[in-house]
Ligand binder design. Structure first.
Ligand SMILES: C[S@@+](CC[C@H](N)C(=O)[O-])C[C@H]1O[C@@H](n2cnc3c(N)ncnc32)[C@H](O)[C@@H]1O
Length: 455
C-alpha cells in the first residue's frame, strides 16, 4: 500500500508519528474487533483479547464471515473498529453515572458509536441517533433495532434542524464525515479518494456541522468530536476553531500510558485530543476529543401536550414486555410503539423539530382476534421472558434467516418468537405442522451458503 506523500509530509509534526513504523503497519491487515452486547450475552466471543479501553470490546484473531453467525443477527455483538471504542472510556470518564442524560449522536450511521452509547447509558437516559443520508439511516435503524434498547430513537435530519432544540442535549457526539485516512487498511476506496483538496473540504464541512448543532448543546454540556482522519486540519485545528469561535473548556482526561494512545494539544487553544495510530495500538487511525460548552445557552421547554398514551392498548401489551418496564403505548401510523414513561415530554419536544424514524420499540398492532407482533419487539431486550418461543440450532437459524424451510416438523399453533441461544431473531406463525415466516424481507440473508458453512 502506498500512502500519499503529502499526507506523510503533514504528519511529520504530529506527536507519536514514526514514518517507518507507520508505513510498516500499513503493510499488515486491519485488526478485526467486535463489541459485545451488555445484555444479549452468548459467550461465543467473550474469551478473545479485551480491548484495553472498552470492557465489552474484543479483538479477534481473524475475520470470520459474520453473516454466517446467527448470534450476529440476534444482536449479540457489533462489529466495530477497536480504536473508535475509546469513546466508551471518555464518555464514562466524563459521566460516571450516565443517568438521566439526553445524548445526540449526530452522524450515527451505521451505528457503531450509537450502539456503544446505548450500552453505556441507563434506561432513564435518552439517546437520539441521527443520520442525514436516508439510505444510511435505514442501516442505522436496522442496527439500533438489533441492539434492542427502548431508550434509543432514530432520526434522519440535517444537522441544522437540531439547532431548533436550543440547549436540549447534555452531550453531543459528532463523529464527523472525514477524509478517512485512518481507514486505509480497512477500505481501499478511502485511499483512492484521498486528496489534500478533500481534506480541506472535509475540514470546512466539519466546521459547518459543528456550527449547526452547537445551539442544541446545553451550557456545561459536552461535545465529543471524532474523526478517522490523521490530518491535523480535521483534528486539532478543528478544536482550535471551536476554541476561537465559542466559549469552551477542554476536558483533559488521564489515559494509562501502556495503552499507547497519543494525547495531543492543539497549537492555539491547547485543547486536548487523543490520537490512535496503527503502529502503536491494535486498531486503526482515529482521533477524539471532549469539549465542554461554556456559552450561555437557554434551554428549550416542553410544549404543553395532551398525552397520546393509549391505556386500553397498553393493557393488551403487558404480556409482551417484561414486568417492571415502565412504558407508554403510543399510536404510530399503523402500529403501536412503546417508549419509557420518563421520555414522554421528550417525544413532544423532538417530534416538533425533527423526523422521528424509530421511537422506542414498535410493539405491533391489535386485531379482533390477536396481537400482530412487530419485528422490533422480537429484537428488544425488554421482551417478556414467557413469550412462546422456538429455539433453533445454527443451521436451522440460518435457514430461518434465509426465509427457507428450517426443518422443524411440529410446534404449538400461534405466534412464536424464533430464538438462537435464547435471543430473538424474528417471528413465525405456527400452523402446527408448518410455519409462516415474518422476518422482514430486507433482513433476509441473501448470500449463498456452502455445505461446509451450515454447521
Ligand atoms: C464517520 S461516519 C459515522 C460513523 C458512525 N458514527 C459509527 O460509529 O458507526 C460519518 C457519517 O456522517 C454522515 N454525513 C455525511 N455528510 C454529513 C453532513 N453534511 N452532516 C451530517 N452528517 C453527514 C455520513 O453519512 C456518515 O454516516
Amino acid at each position: 500500500m502506498s500512502i500519499p506523500a503529502s499526507l506523510i509530509h503533514d504528519l511529520q509534526s504530529v506527536k507519536g508519528f514514526d514514518e517507518k513504523a507507520f508505513l510498516a503497519a500499513h503493510q499488515l491487515p486491519a485488526v478485526t474487533s467486535v463489541r459485545l452486547h451488555p445484555v444479549k450475552q452468548m459467550q461465543s466471543l467473550v474469551r478473545n483479547a479485551i480491548v484495553p479501553w472498552c470492557a465489552e470490546g474484543r479483538v479477534l484473531p481473524e475475520r470470520p464471515v459474520f453473516t454466517l453467525d446467527p448470534a450476529y443477527h440476534a444482536g449479540a455483538y457489533y462489529v466495530q473498529e477497536a480504536s473508535s471504542m475509546f469513546l466508551d472510556y471518555l464518555f464514562r470518564a466524563v459521566y460516571p453515572e450516565r443517568d438521566k442524560l439526553r445524548v445526540l449522536d449526530l452522524c450515527a450511521a451505521p451505528g457503531g458509536k450509537s450502539t456503544l452509547l446505548a450500552s453505556a447509558l441507563t434506561g432513564e437516559s435518552l439517546l437520539v441517533s441521527n443520520e442525514v443520508i436516508r439510505t444510511r439511516a435505514s442501516i442505522l435503524e436496522e442496527n439500533m433495532t438489533r441492539w434492542g434498547f427502548m431508550n434509543t430513537w432514530v432520526t434522519s435530519n440535517d444537522p441544522r434542524d437540531f439547532g431548533k432544540l436550543e440547549g436540549y442535549f447534555d452531550a453531543i457526539v459528532v463523529d464527523a464525515p472525514c477524509s478517512g485516512s485512518g481507514l486505509f487498511r480497512k477500505d481501499a476506496r478511502a485511499l483512492e479518494e484521498w486528496s489534500e483538496n478533500n481534506v480541506a473540504l472535509c475540514s470546512q464541512r466539519q466546521q459547518r456541522i459543528l456550527a449547526d448543532v452547537w445551539p442544541a448543546l446545553k451550557e456545561e454540556g459536552v461535545l465529543f468530536y471524532a474523526t478517522c482522519s490523521y490530518s491535523p486540519e480535521e483534528d486539532e485545528q478543528i478544536l482550535d476553531w471551536l476554541a476561537e469561535t465559542y466559549e469552551v473548556e477542554t476536558l483533559d482526561i488521564d489515559v494509562p500510558e501502556n495503552w499507547n494512545v497519543v494525547k495531543t494539544y492543539s497549537a492555539q487553544g491547547k485543547m486536548a485530543g487523543y490520537r490512535f495510530m496503527p503502529h502503536l495500538v491494535k486498531g486503526e487511525g482515529f482521533f477524539i476529543a471532549a469539549i465542554r460548552k461554556k456559552d450561555e445557552t437557554d434551554e428549550i421547554r416542553a410544549p404543553k401536550f395532551k398525552t397520546l398514551h393509549n391505556k386500553t392498548v397498553h393493557a393488551q401489551t403487558t404480556s409482551l414486555l417484561k414486568p417492571g418496564v415502565d412504558y407508554l403505548c403510543l399510536p404510530g401510523k399503523e402500529e403501536f410503539f412503546a417508549i419509557n414513561s420518563v421520555h414522554e415530554a421528550d417525544f413532544h419536544i423532538l417530534s416538533k423539530a425533527v423526523y422521528l424514524r424509530k421511537t422506542g420499540i414498535t410493539l405491533g398492532s391489535p386485531t379482533a382476534k390477536e396481537w400482530l407482533p412487530a419485528h422490533e419487539l422480537a429484537m428488544s431486550i425488554d421482551i417478556h421472558p414467557d413469550i412462546a418461543k422456538i429455539e433453533l440450532e445454527k443451521e436451522q437459524a440460518l435457514r430461518f434467516l434465509k426465509k427457507e424451510d428450517f426443518g422443524v416438523d411440529a410446534a404449538p399453533k400461534g405466534w412464536l418468537l424464533v430464538t438462537y441461544k435464547g435471543w430473538g431473531l424474528g417471528w413465525v406463525k405456527s400452523l402446527g405442522n408448518r410455519f409462516n415466516n415474518y422476518l422482514p424481507k430486507h433482513w433476509r440473508i441473501r448470500m449463498d451458503i456452502s455445505d461446509a458453512d451450515w454447521a
